[in-house]
Structure formats: structure tokens, C-alpha cells
Ligand binder design. Structure first.
Ligand code: ATP
Length: 237
């Protein structure tokens, strides 16, 4: 099999003297969606920070497209095609939706940014929001704008950190639909970090379970679903 687009091995991560990730290994193959699931505090966000190289100290190997990321400064990782949609979404309150989306262009890789019209034709629900201020958006609208802004940069790997957190079930469905659409349209590789295992499993090809900073399971979606004890042991229902 081809080398994974993203491969973590022997990864340890630390906040000061607190050791929070232990000997982590993860593979995300091009075009696939890996769901990284686990309880509160298991180490999911820290894994995303390790891939971005921001906010945490780590050791071990993180390879993206065959290149060791330790040698690539954080801002340049975006230009190589890695985009994170963080848990807090970081929509600029004082900018309109259009302006927020245009910010995505700065992180675009050499292939250039995606024109806004492509993004709005993919997500027509954005169209009526374009002139609205960031502070006027609901949580669901903010999430959609955050995903769309990441798409403008034409990522090869999109990392979504708990995109459903705090959203009503009907909006969660829309976020799921948005992820399906962008994969179908662009073939984007996705690392989906979630506590909401039902949502994640609906979209995933592969699943990794993280528990107390260690990978407790890694395999296909079917293998995960074939072992109901995994959910009982490692996930909050
Ligand atoms: P959540 O669902 O709450 O976001 P998570 O699985 O993303 O959980 P992390 O945020 O990665 O978990 O946290 C992993 C561990 O690292 C936890 O014990 C947490 O308390 C600790 N931690 C997270 N951020 C920091 C920080 N900035 N400084 C110190 N410890 C931290």
C-alpha cells in the first residue's frame, strides 16, 4: 500500500512536565476519513496540536506526504496543505462572513485558493450569510463558515476538531452533510476528531480510539463496529 498521507509514529507530547501523549501511532491514507474518537481529556486536541506543531511540545515522527514535519515551521505546514478547523472555530467577530472566508486564501498552497463561488455553490446555505458579521452567527453557522474558510485554502488534509460540539442535532446533520459533500467534490483527506462517536462513525472509513493519551484501537470502521466492548470501554455514550 502507498505511504499514508499523514503518519505519526512514536509520538509523545508534553505540556511543561505533564506527559499527555504516549507512543502514539496514527495513519491517514489519502482520500480517506479517519475518526479519532475518545473521551474528554483523552488527548485528541493535543494530537491535532502536535500535527500543526503549535501549543505543545512533542517528540517522535510526524510525516506528511513523505516529509518529516519537525523541519517545517507551523505557518508553512498550512501551505503544504494541512488545515485545522479548531474546536473554538475562531471566526472573526468584527469581519463579515465573506471577509472571514477570504482569510482562508492566505493559507493556500501553491495550487492557489479556491474561488469563493466554488465554496458557496458547494454550500448554498452560506450565500445569504455572506454580508453578515461574524458576531451575528449562530454556533452552527460559525462551524460552517470555519469549514468553508479551511476549504478556501484547498487543503489536502483537513483536521476537524470536535465540529459538532454544542450544536443542535439538526445542525449536526448539516455539518455531516458538508463533510460528505467536500469529500465527494474534492477527495479531501480528513482527520475527524470527535467525542460524538455516532456522528464520527457515520462518516468514517477508519477509526482510532484514544484513551489516556494512548491509542487503544485502530482499524476499519467495520472492525470497530464488530467489537461493541470498545464503545463501552473507551467512549462516553
Ligand atoms: P476535549 O474533548 O476535552 O477537548 P481532548 O481529548 O481533546 O479532550 P486534550 O485537550 O488533548 O484532550 O487533553 C489531553 C490532556 O492534556 C488532558 O489531561 C488535559 O488536561 C491536558 N491539557 C490539555 N491542554 C493543556 C494545556 N494547555 N496545558 C496543560 N495541560 C493541558
Amino acid at each position: 500500500m502507498a505511504e499514508p498521507l499523514l503518519a505519526l509514529s512514536d509520538v509523545h507530547a508534553y505540556y511543561g512536565s505533564a506527559h499527555v501523549l504516549f507512543d502514539l501511532a496514527l495513519h491517514v491514507h489519502a482520500g480517506s476519513l479517519l475518526a479519532l474518537v475518545g473521551r474528554n481529556g483523552a488527548g485528541k486536541t493535543t494530537t491535532a496540536r502536535t500535527i500543526l506543531g503549535a501549543g505543545v511540545r512533542s517528540t517522535g515522527s510526524v510525516r506528511f506526504d513523505g516529509v518529516e514535519l519537525a523541519r517545517i515551521p507551523t505557518p508553512l505546514r498550512a501551505r503544504r496543505g494541512i488545515q485545522l478547523v479548531p474546536e473554538d472555530r475562531r471566526i472573526y467577530a468584527g469581519l463579515t462572513v465573506r471577509e472571514n472566508l477570504l482569510l482562508g486564501r492566505h493559507a493556500a498552497a501553491d495550487g492557489g485558493a479556491l474561488p469563493l463561488e466554488r465554496v458557496t455553490s458547494l454550500f448554498p446555505m452560506l450565500e445569504p450569510l455572506m454580508a453578515r458579521g461574524g458576531r451575528e452567527l449562530s454556533g452552527g453557522e460559525q462551524q460552517l463558515v470555519a469549514v468553508a474558510r479551511a476549504l478556501v485554502a484547498r487543503p489536502r488534509l483537513l483536521i476537524l476538531d470536535e465540529p459538532t460540539e454544542g450544536l443542535a442535532p439538526v445542525i449536526v446533520e448539516q455539518v455531516g452533510e458538508a463533510v460528505r459533500l467536500l469529500r465527494a467534490e474534492f477527495g479531501t483527506t480528513v482527520l475527524l476528531i470527535e467525542q460524538n462517536a455516532a456522528f464520527a462513525l457515520d462518516l468514517a472509513d477508519h477509526v482510532a480510539v484514544i484513551d489516556q493519551g494512548r491509542i487503544a484501537f485502530s482499524g476499519t470502521r467495520d472492525a470497530f463496529l464488530g467489537d461493541p466492548t470498545l464503545t463501552e470501554r473507551f467512549l462516553t455514550i
